[in-house]
Design a protein around this ligand. Sequence first.
Ligand SMILES: NC(=O)c1ccc[n+]([C@@H]2O[C@H](COP(=O)([O-])OP(=O)(O)OC[C@H]3O[C@@H](n4cnc5c(N)ncnc54)[C@H](O)[C@@H]3O)[C@@H](O)[C@H]2O)c1
Length: 286
Amino acid sequence: MTAERPANPTSRSTAAPGGLLAGRRILVTGVLTPKSIAYAIADACLDHGAEVILTSFGRAMSLTERSARRLGLDGPVLEMDASRPDQVAAVASALRERWGGLDGAVHAIGYAPEDALGGKFMTTPWESVAVAMQVSAFSLKTMAAELAPLMPDRGGSLVTLTFDATVAWPLYDWMGPTKAALESIVRYLARDLGARRIRVNSLAAGPLETIAARAVSSFEGLKDAWGHVAPLKWDSADATPVADAAVFLLSDLSRAVTGEMLHVDGGFHSQGGAPAQIQLPEGPGE
Ligand SMILES: NC(=O)c1ccc[n+]([C@@H]2O[C@H](COP(=O)([O-])OP(=O)(O)OC[C@H]3O[C@@H](n4cnc5c(N)ncnc54)[C@H](O)[C@@H]3O)[C@@H](O)[C@H]2O)c1
């Protein structure tokens, strides 16, 4: 068991007294602007009663701090470059001191150098691939190794964000193999942390308009494809469906789910192409 939690100054006063994550301590990485997927996740976690701490790094810090204020968080944003094991360890120490433990963490970190994206797959140098892999995939293992010891006997939950890497995407280039590595790391972490009741899962989101998405030059085309193919349609300006699924994966409702990739993409992944124009039978009506 972990030590008793001190009162946490990072909870906004509007946090629900109950909720799926009532009293759960959640670390959220990857909040840059209010458009960040992680922003919607942090917001949903707070709505469900969680206590939330954000991380950021380097020049992104001031943007994250602004987002934190908008979320109603008044505690400090912790510095964590996910490619720096010393900074990940320092975050674990800060969480131990502040909360005495941790119930869940969200890894919403993605980066690839410019020459690893946009049609340069055949010429990208290993050095750029290595950076993309370390920041976007290996960092999940780094975080898991430091954060798992903070999780109580009842277990915990790690959630990451992917863009379904079981297929190749236009111009996504080395982010594709990087996401494939991330999805595999999810399965290996699920294997190694399952005995401690720590679950590890990914959310395969459809295209969402964020800063990271701007780096993917095929984004507009992907967005259009989603609009035609996804049976439930898809709003690329709305990350809240992804955030709601993250709440599920962070909560006890998903207590028997691990090593999973859950698509939150309007059903795009399940279709082989855009639907033909057919006349559907009338429903029963009211
Ligand atoms: N936007 C999409 O269409 C989409 C779809 C599926 C999955 N994703 C994934 O969601 C995650 C979040 O991205 P987003 O789209 O919300 O964009 P975003 O730009 O808002 O977030 C990316 C985050 O990664 C952080 N980051 C980059 N390098 C880092 C490092 N070395 N250490 C720590 N943090 C670092 C940035 O500071 C930023 O907060 C990424 O893994 C991305 O690949 C995005």
